[in-house]
Design a protein around this ligand. Structure first.
Ligand SMILES: [Cu+2]
Length: 67
C-alpha cells in the first residue's frame, strides 16, 4: 500500500531541481508518483518506500529536504 509523504525542500528552485528530485526518487521506486510544488517548495511522493529512504534519496541528489 502506497503512502503519501510530504517533504519541504526549500532549495528546490526550478524545473531542473524538479527533474533531479523526480529522478532520484524514481531510481528507488520506479512507480513512485512525485509531485513537486515550486511555489510551496514541497515534494509529495506516493510510494511504498519509507519516508527516511525518500528523504535520503533527495539529500543525495544535492537538496536539503525536511519533514
Ligand atoms: Cu533548480
Amino acid at each position: 500500500m502506497n503512502e503519501t509523504i510530504t517533504l519541504k525542500v526549500p532549495d528546490m528552485n526550478c524545473g531542473h531541481c524538479v527533474r533531479a528530485i523526480e529522478t532520484a526518487v524514481r531510481a528507488l521506486d520506479a512507480r513512485a508518483e512525485v509531485r513537486c510544488d515550486l511555489d510551496a517548495k514541497t515534494v509529495q511522493v506516493a510510494t511504498g518506500l519509507a519516508g527516511a529512504a525518500v528523504l535520503e534519496a533527495i539529500r543525495e541528489a544535492g537538496y536539503t529536504p525536511s519533514t
